[in-house]
Design a protein around this ligand. Structure first.
Ligand SMILES: C[S@@+](CC[C@H](N)C(=O)[O-])C[C@H]1O[C@@H](n2cnc3c(N)ncnc32)[C@H](O)[C@@H]1O
Length: 217
């Protein structure tokens, strides 16, 4: 799927008003807050929300835990970023295509970044570009909380295309194995300090993984 098709897919979603996050995503945000509290060096850290869309995750974090942080949102859909900014869900917002080499990210470096469910957005090649952009904006020693669907590679060997067709999830472009993700993090220059893979909760084909990453000093 091209960036244009992805743009249209998510632009379309904006037409459906939504003001609260999906409850299924709350545990990951709670874990992100715990992670941030553990490594926070200043009272008001800067946090990058990778693929912020209309900022509902950022709004939840600010309301529940992070009143004193600055959240910088980046997303492909400029209208979504505008909505997130207008509603005060993020402090700074930028429209950028993180799947390209030349994404323009004209903001100061951040202490933390989080990205939830990148599989629908980035294929294997694009995820490497996204990781590179995040790393370029993270301070040395900064932390990146990365949550995604993880494929149960050794339990199921059908192609991704077949899985997608089976599951009728046209937006799921790439469900990577844990190993593929670890390789991508390593290539991008991140240290993976911890990994959590849940027992399959969606079905036997894929599950959820959380990867705790660090940009080396
Ligand atoms: C699962 S949604 C994110 C949900 C969002 N964090 C929230 O709080 O509602 C995936 C997002 O990835 C964005 N996206 C897809 N491809 C992208 C790209 N190449 N660069 C930047 N953002 C992209 C989409 O526009 C969409 O907003």
């Amino acid at each position: 799927m091209s960036s244009g098709a992805i743009y249209n897919l998510f632009r379309e979603k904006l037409n459906k008003p939504k003001t609260e996050i999906d409850p299924a995503i709350k545990p990951a945000l709670i874990k992100f807050n715990t992670f941030l509290q553990q490594f926070k060096q200043s009272a008001s850290p800067r946090v990058l929300d990778v693929c912020c869309f209309r900022g509902l995750e950022a709004a939840f974090l600010k309301r529940e835990f992070l009143q004193s942080v600055t959240i910088v949102g980046v997303d492909l859909v400029c209208e979504a970023v505008q909505e997130a900014k207008k509603k005060g869900r993020i402090d700074e917002g930028y429209a950028a295509n993180l799947a390209t080499d030349d994404a323009s990210l004209p903001f100061d470096e951040v202490d933390f970044a989080y990205c939830l469910r990148s599989g629908p957005a980035f294929d294997n090649k694009e995820v490497r570009k996204m990781l590179g952009h995040v790393k370029s904006k993270l301070r040395r020693g900064g932390r990146f909380f990365y949550q995604d669907l993880v494929r149960n590679g050794d339990r199921y060997d059908k192609s991704i295309a077949e899985i997608v067709a089976d599951q009728q999830k046209p937006a799921v472009r790439a469900i990577r194995t844990k190993q593929q993700l670890l390789e991508a993090f390593h290539e991008a220059g991140f240290e993976t300090t911890k990994t959590e893979i849940t027992e399959p909760q969606h079905d036997q084909f894929y599950t959820t993984g959380i990867f705790f990453l660090k940009k080396p000093m």
